[in-house]
Design a protein around this ligand. Structure first.
Ligand code: 5AD
Ligand code: SF4
Length: 470
């Protein structure tokens, strides 16, 4: 798929600067949801900074307030509406521009609610119109108009946006967008459009540039990351092979060769796309972390079928075993939803059983949340809230016990840690991560930030380890 030309759009960067008389203004951004949204926000920040806006952490100081939204679960909605209400007074006092973008804006009922209840919002943009932020902002400033820039399309690839990255040692690189799986609980396919992959050359150039800038760790992102180029291959959609890249496995192998990059991670994969070539590439590429996120969602074959996940409990466990055989040091994290419509005690026990068997390094647990427009929302056998919460608490207890037990294996081991920065909770300590993504805090000089150090693990806590330089 050809990337669309954004030069016309970027001309508005100059126009916004002019209309603001080249003044330096402040923006505040709040990002909800996944790392793909975080990566989109880095692009929004990149564009805003080119327009002479600088970031502030205090909403009340901002001339422009931006919300990049998520709609995967319900709690984000309450949070957003609270924030838009909060910023109203500020807008009345100092004409703050309010912009809202991202996944939630692709939902019609949310758009209608904003139009009716929060008409003072200046700019609304969706997941397919992020690159038009400079033009939308210009129009909002110039014509004092309310801009509603949401389109419902299958999706396009946008290249060449400026980017202002949050971290200096690790960086996210979106390699594909959209999802074709239509798991019955999930809103993503409706708000992010169909799967489409970036051209191999564009990805390699971005990673090389990151390496030149000193980045050590790359996380490849996609709603369905390990089906990179699958749709293109299946449907004969043209793409340009580059350095032998024509699949996710060959992409991993090519990135593994880039000097300066020390660690490669990827999220979120789908178990059905862990083909043998992908497993072999993980095994062979020394830079690919042997921590694999393998979303389970449910351990019950019945529920998995209704979820449209395309694997059974047994197939999931067989995949884990196969990966363990080929990659002895591999460990796993997962996502689990409790309380999907029709989930019985027996189904839930199956989920607990898989958790006990796999012994995940981390489990991201979610209570099923009804999403308007998805098949699961229309199912009649919804689970009462109190049962969902009871099951969630039971799963949480099991997971916490397992993590505590599991963390003991790190004691007295030597771990190589990419140093990310100063610890948030103790400014005399540094923080970094092991290849298995465990946070380690330790005493050390600031010069170590961005480097890799060898640490001996001295003690373990639920969410982090303490280490000592050796
Ligand atoms: N309710 C609860 N959790 C959900 N997820 C996706 N949709 C829903 C929903 N409707 C979870 C899945 C997914 C993760 C990103 O969010 O576990 O893997
Ligand atoms: Fe949602 Fe399933 Fe696609 Fe993941 S694979 S984004 S859970 S539909």
């Amino acid at each position: 798929m050809q990337a669309i030309n954004i030069n016309e759009e970027l001309k508005y960067i100059e126009k916004v600067k002019q209309i603001n008389n080249n003044k330096i203004l402040k923006y505040y951004i709040m990002t909800m949801g996944c790392q793909l949204n975080e990566n989109d926000s880095e692009k929004l920040c990149g564009m805003l900074e080119k327009m002479n806006y600088i970031k502030t952490e205090r909403m009340k100081d901002a001339d422009l307030v931006l919300f990049n939204t998520c709609c995967v679960r319900e709690n984000a909605e309450e949070k957003l509406f609270g924030k838009i209400g909060e910023v109203k007074k500020q807008k009345e006092d100092k004409h703050t521009i309010i912009a809202i973008g991202g996944c939630m804006m692709q939902e019609e009922h949310i758009l209608n609610k904003i139009k009716q209840s929060y008409p003072y919002v200046d700019i609304i943009f969706g997941t397919h119109t992020l690159h038009k932020m400079p033009k939308d902002l210009y129009k909002a400033l110039e014509e004092n108009k309310k801009i509603r820039d949401v389109i419902d399309i299958d999706g396009e690839i946008i290249e060449g946006l400026p980017i202002s990255r949050k971290d200096k040692t690790k960086a996210s690189v979106t390699i594909m967008n959209g999802c074709n799986n239509f798991c019955t609980y999930c809103i993503v396919p409706y708000v992010r459009g169909r799967e489409r992959s970036r051209q191999p050359k564009d990805i390699i150039e971005e990673v090389k540039e990151l390496s030149n800038k000193g980045y050590k760790e790359i996380t490849l992102l996609g709603q369905n990351v390990n089906s990179y180029l699958s749709v293109e291959r299946e449907k004969n959609i043209e793409f340009e092979e580059y350095e032998g890249i024509n699949s996710f496995a060959t992409l991993l192998r090519a990135i593994n060769k880039i000097d300066g990059i020390e660690r490669i991670r990827f999220i979120s994969p789908h178990p059905k796309d862990f083909t043998d070539d992908v497993i072999e590439a993980i095994r062979d590429c020394e830079k690919v972390c042997k921590l694999i996120h393998l979303p389970l969602q449910s351990g019950s074959t019945n529920i998995l079928k209704i979820m449209n996940r395309k694997y059974t409990k047994e197939q999931y466990l067989t995949l884990v075993e196969k990966m363990r055989k080929l990659i002895p040091e591999v460990v796993f994290t997962t996502d689990i939803i409790v309380g999907f419509p029709g989930e019985t005690e027996e189904d839930f026990e199956d989920t607990l059983d898989v958790v006990k068997k796999v012994k995940f390094e981390q489990v991201y647990m979610f209570i099923y949340s009804r999403r308007v427009g998805t098949p699961a929302d229309r199912m009649e056998n919804q689970i009462p809230e109190e049962i969902k919460h009871k099951r969630f608490d039971k799963l949480k207890k099991l997971v916490e016990n397992q993590i505590e037990e599991n963390n003991k294996k790190y004691l007295d081991t030597i771990q190589s840690v990419v140093v990310e920065g100063i610890s948030k909770n103790n400014e005399n300590m540094l923080t970094g991560r092991t290849p298995s993504n465990k946070i380690v805090v330790f005493e050390g000089k600031e010069e170590l930030i961005g480097k890799i150090v060898e640490l001996k693990i001295m003690s373990q806590h639920m969410w982090y380890l303490k280490g000592k330089i050796v």
